[in-house]
Unconditional design. Structure first.
Length: 721
């Protein structure tokens, strides 16, 4: 090819754009928008290139559209690069730098913004290692291929840039670039709407990717748009697919007589529920009595969701995909459609309900003497709120006073036994928001922790522990070898905390006068001793937070590692199948073993454990994001106001401050610490002024003013008061 015939890179880009657009055509104005051409010189360059392509019959023009000619795109051969080729998931920063996590390499591989190409956050990519960073030694690479897109949809705000041209300004949490949208892909969205959109195509990194709007969340900045975009950022949607809702509504409310006869009938027993005041999905109910031998006979009755959730049905597949209900500040995104979660399955008072029950005979010292796990039918006689149950515990007369005081007595025994045997006592304050009808936070209050909460927790923990021990008993009674393979189970596991992270906490708390001896082996007692040292002090929340971050994350697995935090050798999740899919799996396993059937393999449970653990992490992130959003909204109305706080974190770029009473956290940037030059002292974990020697240290009380807030980034900036 002669020099005159050779296409410039810009002309190749134009050809690629047209090739990958709908119907292989684009207008000149659309090209200007997609290519982000702003200056007259850039637009002149486009016009020259279009003329040159037209003259060489590469393109043709008609009715303001540009079409392709008969050119064929050349394919470039790929160099595999030998052993320096890896696959992994990419995480892209707001600045556009990518970090690829591979299974084979210990360190993340850094991809410079110029080599990220058309990759997006969470994409699975093929990379080549090109060298190492001279300063850090971190491997650096280049993307060769996008194997799989990481997300099905993204979140952003639609902006009209000219008469017919629109772009989506993607949320920073969603993706690092903006998108262009053709008018036919607007789906009714208007300028300023917060939208969910999908990627149609991305031809070249110097051009904008093309988006197609799937749904409108609301006007950008509105409460609905903000909350729903948090869900979308975490790959969740609130609405159930139409076919799932239709399936759920076909499930009969009435219990067939044959089903009631088949089960242990508890409808005449004094069964009751204790839940939050605003709860509608009642998973669990209780019954209790004292036996003649002095032992307690506790019944924990759980909604029998698996009776209605047929495996592999559209309802089951959607519940599995969701994995868990999500509890945001102003709404619940249920795992099951409301007709089930709040209706058919919910253990509402004065209604017959199908349940799966764990009956436990417990000695006065808290030891389990005997148990049974049975399919039952109940008729709840009383629905208590936590506050109402607490009043009865405190002495208020009620027709169920005997039952409530008896279960409270047992709960205290179980609680004391658990802490004696090594459970860790985390008790972090939780902020709760009082919202107006539009979802605007009017005030922040701290959720009061009362004994009625503990009462329910101890009963549920005991049932969860018992069903896990039941499977061990099945294995022991089996005469066959490798009984674990015959009776695989789904555990809730919690590994020991990372020793290095604990040593880091020890270093952080040492300068503030707290001794935390990690030693060679960590024990729950050492952690509890530390938590006792700071109990009822201004440092309690900070040290609890540091410790929680150092702990391993609890997960679901067929491998029984035990539960370090609870101090249990055997533990599973059995008590919340309306809102947790792992409990559904546990119910199916137990029912299967009772019938002599094996319903899950070890490999299936391993895969399901990874999925359910991931969905739980995503739900926790969404819940935290919604709390942070409301904190930012609350303080955005308080700009300039002063608050007392505690320094909750110190780093080179500034200090984090947690406000007293309302537990909102923000940052004072080092640039806002006036009057001295502050340097980070890693031994003291403090910022220290060079001239004055003044220091800002973890745990210090401090008075701050609200400087600014950013709803989009969910950030709060403080200044010194």
């Amino acid at each position: 090819m002669s020099k005159k015939e050779r296409l410039s890179k810009f002309e190749e880009l134009i050809i690629d754009l047209i090739k990958n657009s709908p119907d292989n055509k684009l207008t000149r104005e659309q090209m200007i928008s997609v290519l982000r051409l702003e200056s007259n010189n850039e637009i002149k360059k486009l016009d020259k290139s279009l003329s040159r392509l037209s003259n060489s019959n590469k393109i043709s023009r008609k009715d303001n559209y540009v079409f392709l000619g008969n050119n064929k795109k050349k394919t470039k051969s790929k160099n595999s690069g030998g052993n320096s080729i890896y696959e992994g998931k990419i995480d892209i920063s707001v600045r556009g730098t990518g970090y690829v996590i591979t299974e084979e390499l210990e360190d993340d591989v850094m991809i410079s913004s110029r080599d990220v190409g058309t990759a997006l956050n969470d994409d699975v990519v093929k990379i080549r290692i090109t060298g190492k960073n001279k300063r850090s030694g971190q491997p650096q690479g280049k993307i060769l291929e996008i194997i799989k897109r990481g997300k099905d949809f993204y979140v952003g705000t639609l902006k009209k840039v000219s008469k017919e041209n629109y772009v989506i300004e993607a949320d920073a949490q969603s993706v690092h670039t903006n998108f262009f949208v053709l008018p036919e892909y607007l789906n009714g969205a208007q300028d300023g709407d917060k939208v969910i959109f999908e990627l149609v195509n991305w031809v070249h990194p110097k051009a904008l990717p093309e988006g197609k709007i799937k749904s409108v969340l609301g006007k950008s900045g509105s409460n609905d748009a903000n909350i729903l975009s948090i869900l979308a950022e975490n790959d969740m949607v609130a609405e159930f697919p139409k076919e799932v809702e239709e399936y759920a509504h076909q499930i009969p409310l009435e219990i067939p007589k044959e089903e009631g006869k088949r089960r242990r009938d508890l409808r005449d027993e004094n069964v009751f529920t204790i839940d939050p005041e605003d709860a509608k999905d009642f998973d669990d109910a209780l019954s209790i009595k004292k036996l003649d031998n002095g032992n307690y006979y506790l019944g924990v009755h759980i909604a029998d969701v698996t009776h209605y959730l047929t495996p592999k049905s559209v309802l089951d597949e959607e519940a599995y995909k969701r994995g868990t209900s999500v509890y945001l500040v102003d709404r619940v995104i249920p795992m099951l459609p409301e007709v089930l979660s709040n209706g058919v399955c919910s253990l509402r008072p004065n209604e017959d309900k199908l349940t799966y029950s764990c009956f436990m005979e417990i000695a006065p010292n808290g030891k389990l003497v005997d148990y049974s796990i049975e399919e039952t039918i109940i008729h709840s006689k009383q629905r208590f709120t936590y506050e109402e149950a607490q009043e009865v515990v405190d002495g208020k007369k009620h027709k169920f006073s005997k039952e409530v005081t008896t279960v409270a007595e047992l709960a205290r025994i179980l609680l004391d036994k658990r802490f004696r045997e090594g459970a860790i006592d985390f008790d972090n304050p939780e902020p709760k928001f009082v919202l107006d009808d539009d979802g605007t936070p009017l005030k922040v209050i701290i959720k009061e922790r009362i004994f009625a909460h503990r009462l329910i927790e101890e009963c549920m923990l005991m049932a969860n522990k018992t069903v896990a021990m039941h499977v061990e008993e099945l294995r022991k009674s089996s005469q066959k070898k490798r009984s674990k393979d015959l009776f695989p189970f789904f555990y809730r596991v919690h590994d020991k905390p990372d020793q290095d992270k604990l040593a880091g906490i020890s270093e952080q708390v040492k300068p503030i006068g707290i001794n935390f001896d990690v030693g060679k082996k960590i024990s729950p007692k050492k952690i509890n001793d530390l938590l006792k040292q700071v109990e009822n002090t201004s440092l309690e929340y900070i040290v609890n937070g540091l410790m929680l971050r150092a702990m391993a994350k609890a997960e679901y697995s067929p491998n029984n590692l035990g539960h370090f935090g609870l101090g249990f050798g055997h533990y599973s999740h059995f008590t919340s199948p309306i809102r947790r899919y792992p409990d559904v799996i546990v119910h199916r396993l137990l029912k299967g073993y009772n019938a002599g059937a094996r319903v899950y393999t070890y490999d299936q449970l391993k895969k399901d454990g990874e999925h359910c653990s991931e969905r739980e992490r995503v739900a926790v992130d969404a819940e935290r994001d919604s709390v942070k959003l409301k904190q930012v909204e609350f303080l955005s109305k308080k700009t300039g106001e002063k608050f007392d706080g505690i320094i909750s974190g110190v780093m080179e770029r500034g200090i984090f401050v947690n406000l007293k009473d309302i537990y909102c956290e923000g940052m004072i940037r080092i640039s806002d610490l006036k009057g001295d030059y502050y340097v980070y002292n890693d031994k003291r974990h403090a910022l220290v002024g060079r001239k004055s020697g003044k220091q800002f240290q973890l745990g210090d009380e401090i008075r701050v003013r609200v400087k600014s807030t950013n709803l989009q980034k969910r950030q709060i900036d403080f200044g010194l008061a």
